[in-house]
Ligand binder design. Structure first.
Ligand code: ATP
Length: 319
């Protein structure tokens, strides 16, 4: 179902600071959307508006066909999971997950809580306290606590950013599975492009309080619309075409050691399998990485290079 969550001409502000302006976004039922963008672009503010934690300066928020713009958070059937787990430390894992269900006086409480814990692989931990769990386990409890409430939309604000790199990857896969199993519509905020690419059905790339581009991970990755979007998905060499547009290359696509151009190595760093270089040249700054199997170049050395046209992405605007 399209328009399951609909943000219509949304404008959000903190006093005189406009954080989001004229934003339109339609989210399908059961979709996992990521809001991606640099710090301060308005991701969290947009989430807060969906949750009802932020008054609207303009526009409307619709959820499942209802205009919820003036409804308090408790009347929106929206779940929230933050970077900090915000569990109750004095309650057991079971009671943390049961908390919201008790407030709603739900029947079959034990069954629902245990099903929630089962879903996140924590059935064995029901009697523990959150302080006796790892960060990843605490975040799973926070997820279970939200999911058992059967929200219409689950909002996740950088929920994996407190976890170490390995656990982050593990939790990504779990989140995807959880989303497919439950069919809950999810909006996931991140500034990490690889997280967004891995998780999302569609990515909403934000810039300065507005949407820069919406698309599937494949679309955003292979066909960014602007220099800003291209840079976000790793096209680090962007050369203007003099007509407002330009072309962009990923570091791995740049050929070093031969080619029609020449540049001077300004930066060189070792990155395991690859060496990364920054070159200054007449046509612009070029970022390249090449296999460590290739001979290394020194800082200050002059190096020929090529920018293969079949690896370029054409941008309508370079900004
Ligand atoms: P981050 O990734 O750093 O969390 P974000 O994309 O979530 O960033 P927001 O927190 O939504 O960005 O902030 C959007 C804009 O609103 C920024 O310009 C920010 O400075 C401003 N802003 C956010 N919170 C407040 C606040 N409480 N008071 C005033 N301005 C705020």
């Amino acid at each position: 179902m399209s328009d399951f969550v609909l943000l219509e001409n949304l404008t959000l502000a903190y006093g005189k600071t406009i954080a989001v302006e004229g934003l339109n976004l339609s989210i399908n039922k059961g979709e996992l959307i990521t809001l991606l963008g640099p710090s301060g672009c308005g991701k969290t503010t947009t989430m807060r508006a969906i949750a009802g934690l932020m008054p609207l300066r303009g526009g409307k928020v619709w959820i499942d066909g209802n205009d919820v713009s003036r409804r308090p958070p408790s009347k929106r059937q929206v779940g929230l999971v933050f970077q900090s787990y915000a569990l109750f430390p004095h309650l057991s894992v079971f009671e943390n997950v049961a908390f919201g269900l008790r407030l709603r006086s739900e029947s079959n409480l034990k069954q629902k809580v245990m099903a929630g814990l089962e879903m996140v692989g924590l059935s064995e931990f029901a009697d523990r306290h959150p302080t006796d769990l790892s960060g990843g386990q605490q975040q799973r409890v926070a997820l279970a606590r939200s999911v058992v409430m059967k929200p219409k939309v689950l909002l996740l604000d950088e929920p994996l950013s407190n976890l170490d790199a390995r656990l982050r990857l593990e939790m990504r896969t779990e989140l995807q599975r959880l989303q497919k199993d439950t069919g809950i519509t999810m909006v996931f905020v991140t500034h990490d492009q690889s997280e967004a690419l891995a998780l999302a059905d569609r990515i909403v790339l934000m810039r300065d309080g507005a949407i820069e581009q919406i698309g599937t991970p494949e679309q955003i990755y292979s066909a960014p619309v602007s220099g800003f979007a291209a840079d976000f998905v790793g096209f680090e060499t962007i050369l203007p075409d003099g007509k407002g547009g330009g072309n962009a290359w990923r570091p791995s696509a740049v050929v070093l050691g031969k080619g029609p151009y020449s540049g001077t190595v300004r930066g060189a760093s070792f990155a395991g399998e690859r060496r990364e270089y920054v070159l200054d040249s007449k046509i612009g700054v070029v970022k390249a990485d090449v296999s460590v199997a290739q001979p290394a170049f020194e800082i200050g050395q002059s190096v020929d290079f090529d920018l293969p046209s079949d690896a370029a992405v054409h941008l309508a605007r370079v900004g």
